[in-house]
Write a protein that binds this ligand. Sequence first.
Ligand SMILES: Cc1cc2nc3c(=O)[nH]c(=O)nc-3n(C[C@H](O)[C@H](O)[C@H](O)COP(=O)(O)O)c2cc1C
Length: 190
Amino acid sequence: MELETIIKHRRNIKPQFFTPDIIPDQEIKDILESANWAPTHGFTEPWRFVVFSGSSRQDFATFQSDTYRSKVAPESFQKIKYDKLLSTPLLASHIIAVVAKNTEHSKIPFLEEIVAVSCSVQNILLSAAEKNIAVHWTTGGVTYSDEMKIYLGFEKKDTILGFLYLGRSNDKINQKGNRRSGMENKIIWK
Ligand SMILES: Cc1cc2nc3c(=O)[nH]c(=O)nc-3n(C[C@H](O)[C@H](O)[C@H](O)COP(=O)(O)O)c2cc1C
C-alpha cells in the first residue's frame, strides 16, 4: 500500500471490534522497531514501551481497575468504568504502554521528548495499519497516575502517553474516517 493510503485509512478501532486472534510476537516487535526511527532531538530517543500479552494482560487489567477503585472517591465510583478497565485488556492480543522518559537533558525541554514519543506512536500506528493490525489508543482510567508509572517501572517525572490495544479486526465501519473540517481551515499561507 502507498504511504498516503495507509495514512488516510488508518483508524482507531475499539477492542469491542477485535477478533480473539493472537498476533505473533514477531509482528509486534516489527512495528515497535519502526518506533525507534522517529525523529529525536539530541538523540535522546525518549520512547519506552511496556508490552503486555498472554496472562500479563490480566495482571494489567487487575492493576488498573484496582487502582481506579482505590483512587476515586466512593461517591464518584462508577461500577461500569471499573468493569471496563477490568475486562477490556482481555479483548486485546497485546497492550503497549507508551512512556516518555524524562532524560532531564540540559538543552532539550521535556515537551520535545513528548513530541518525539508522539512521532514514535504514529510510526507504530502506520506500521500496524500496513500489517492489518487494529489499534485502539486509550488514555482513560488511571493512565496518568503516579501509581501506573511505578507499576510500569518508571518514575514520577516520566509521562505515560497512553495505552495501545492491538488486535485483529473485521471492522470496516470506520474505515473512511471522519474529520470535522478540511485542511483549508487549518493552514495559514503567507
Ligand atoms: C493523545 C490521544 C489520546 C486518545 N485517547 C483516547 C481514549 O482515551 N479513548 C478513545 O476512544 N480514543 C482515544 N484516542 C483516539 C481518538 O479517539 C481517535 O484518534 C479519533 O477518534 C480519530 O479517529 P481516527 O484515529 O480513526 O482517525 C486518543 C487519541 C490521541 C491522539
